[in-house]
Write a protein of this length. Structure first.
Length: 540
């Protein structure tokens, strides 16, 4: 019998034929980097810094990630995804005596602070039975304490091959340890307190765990095939921001990491928060540096300068890369006003205890904004700023909208919500009723946004559309795929943002399309009028 370890159970019900399309969160932030402890390459959702401390060990001076997560929650963040990355870290072993040899176990999580202990007893096992035993494994908060974070109890484990509770098969289900080396010939000895001789004592893990070397760029990039580094997020349903803190306080990420991360965010319809280089100490430094800056993308954003915050381990104020604080500030703003609300204040002002490392004048702030870099302000200005935060597209975006952070985020929010809310169609019967239900759900979703003011003062017919018929299908597409087309009005100009969403056996695909190139043949006079209006808008 196995007592599963403590963990967070997150239940998410995907919309189906009888459920509406839910609005996804807009500021779920993924963090990738080095931590003291925790699962490696397995994203874990946390909702407070206390949870981060419990799962990943808290602040650690050699690793900026813990500080970024702390600053995220301090400045208003609500939900984070943590991916731990290691470079040659080694897991601690645990040795249980079995006569003249040992049963050797090894922690699944590497690191010097992954403390395990184990106990062996023969309770409720007949004296004549010499092959079964009970095994308890615990993961401790710290060595030498009784603060247990996780526990697994395996009852009546057998050393006999073919048994239903054969030791290797049982340990294969463990979330804490794995077998290492060969099996001993006999079952492990009962663990006994050496001073009292009383059973049910624990054997502590050996002091051979190691944190590994500092990370390099390739550790963060990882492998798509193995699902490591950035690609560990492939199993995550969705995230809105990706934050990869610097390798160390004085070592920026290399261009390779930024390039791969930006492309991955484009694939996942998320935004990469890029930290300004550490040598940009002043606004003039930043303006000079931007002349040679290579990453211009509608899938990335940057805020300048670094921030000053207290390092609780050193007991003094230090300079930190701002990505975590920026994600927290954006999340806090989302709690007050939706992305499209005209009353939304876009100024990035950190909470008390944080401040930018330098003051940026209005003149230089304007120049930085035009080049795609936003500014963190020490205090909120008395007059409402006319500057709208930008992406790093810096005038090179496919659409004028995608140069503006709020418009880009709104577009991603709409597409991601509809894509996720219609996945059920991939397994639905291929008939007209499925298409009608999808169209109905999408229209209801759009209508809710329209009523909330997401599309401004436009008429409802000029704000959005959905096409669920043969006109939405791409040439050469599989008959097993369910495809439909959505479109919504651009915030700047008279254009449209249109996407083809395809659900099929191999997953979901979202493609931006030019609707004026589609064959929008009408089926009725009423539809002809509707299509003509759309075509006219596209031509304008």
């Amino acid at each position: 019998m196995v007592t599963p370890p403590k963990f967070q159970l997150r239940v998410e019900v995907e919309p189906g034929p009888k459920l509406s399309i839910a609005r996804l969160a807009t500021a779920r932030t993924a963090f990738i980097g080095r931590t003291l402890r925790g699962p490696v390459g397995r994203p874990l959702i946390i909702k407070s810094f206390a949870e981060f401390q419990q799962a990943f060990g808290g602040l650690w001076q050699p690793a900026p990630l813990g500080y970024a997560v702390e600053q995220f929650f301090d400045n208003g963040g609500r939900e984070a995804l943590i991916v731990r990355v290691v470079n040659g870290a080694r897991a601690a072993t645990l040795s249980l005596r079995a006569g003249e040899s040992f049963l050797n176990l090894q922690a699944l999580r590497p690191g010097a602070l992954e403390f395990l202990r184990a106990s062996v007893d023969y309770d409720a096992i007949p004296d004549s039975d010499t092959t079964h035993f009970n095994l308890t494994i615990q993961r401790l908060r710290s060595q030498g304490t009784n603060h247990v974070d996780d526990q697994e109890i395996f009852r009546s484990v057998s050393m006999r091959p073919g048994s239903a509770t054969y030791l290797p098969a049982v340990i294969a289900r463990s979330q804490l340890v794995k077998l290492t080396g060969g099996l001993p010939r006999r079952r492990p000895d009962r663990t006994v307190n050496p001073s009292s001789g009383v059973a049910h004592a624990y054997v502590q893990s050996n002091a051979d765990g190691d944190d590994g070397a500092p990370l390099c760029d390739y550790d963060l990039i990882g492998s798509e095939v193995e699902g490591t580094g950035i690609f560990a997020l492939s199993g995550v349903d969705y995230f809105n921001f990706l934050c990869i803190p610097p390798l160390s306080r004085g070592q920026d990420l290399g261009p390779g990491v930024l390039l791969v991360a930006e492309r991955y965010c484009a694939l996942r319809r998320a935004l990469l928060i890029v930290d300004p280089p550490a040598h940009w100490h002043t606004a003039d430094d930043a303006l000079r540096g931007l002349k040679d800056w290579q990453l211009t993308s509608e899938n990335a954003l940057m805020y300048f300068p670094h921030i000053l915050a207290q390092d609780k381990l050193r007991g003094q104020f230090e300079s930190f890369a701002p990505c975590g604080a920026v994600a927290g500030m954006l999340a806090r703003s989302d709690e007050i006003f939706p992305l499209w609300d005209p009353k939304r204040n876009e100024e990035a002002v950190p909470r008390p205890g944080y401040r930018p490392t330098c003051v940026v004048s209005d003149e230089r702030r304007n120049k930085l904004t035009r080049m795609g870099v936003n500014t963190i302000q020490a205090v909120r200005s008395a007059a409402r700023s006319a500057l709208s935060p930008r992406t790093l597209a810096a005038g090179r975006a496919v659409s004028a909208d995608w140069q503006y952070l709020s418009a880009r985020r709104l577009g991603l929010f709409i597409v991601n919500s509809i894509e996720r809310g219609t996945r059920w169609a991939a397994n639905a019967p291929a008939h007209a009723e499925t298409g009608e239900l999808v169209a109905q759900h999408v229209r209801v979703f759009f209508e809710g946004l329209y009523v909330a003011g997401a599309f401004g003062p436009r008429r409802v017919d000029d704000a959005y559309f959905v096409v669920v018929d043969e006109r939405a299908h791409a040439k050469g597409s599989s008959a097993a795929q369910f495809q439909f087309l959505i479109g919504f009005a651009a915030a700047h100009g008279n254009g449209w943002h249109s996407f083809r969403i395809s659900h099929g056996p191999n997953g979901t695909k979202v493609q931006p399309v030019s609707t004026n190139r589609l064959n929008l043949a009408p089926d009725s006079p009423a539809e002809l009028d509707w299509v003509e209006r759309i075509a006219k808008k596209l031509q304008d």
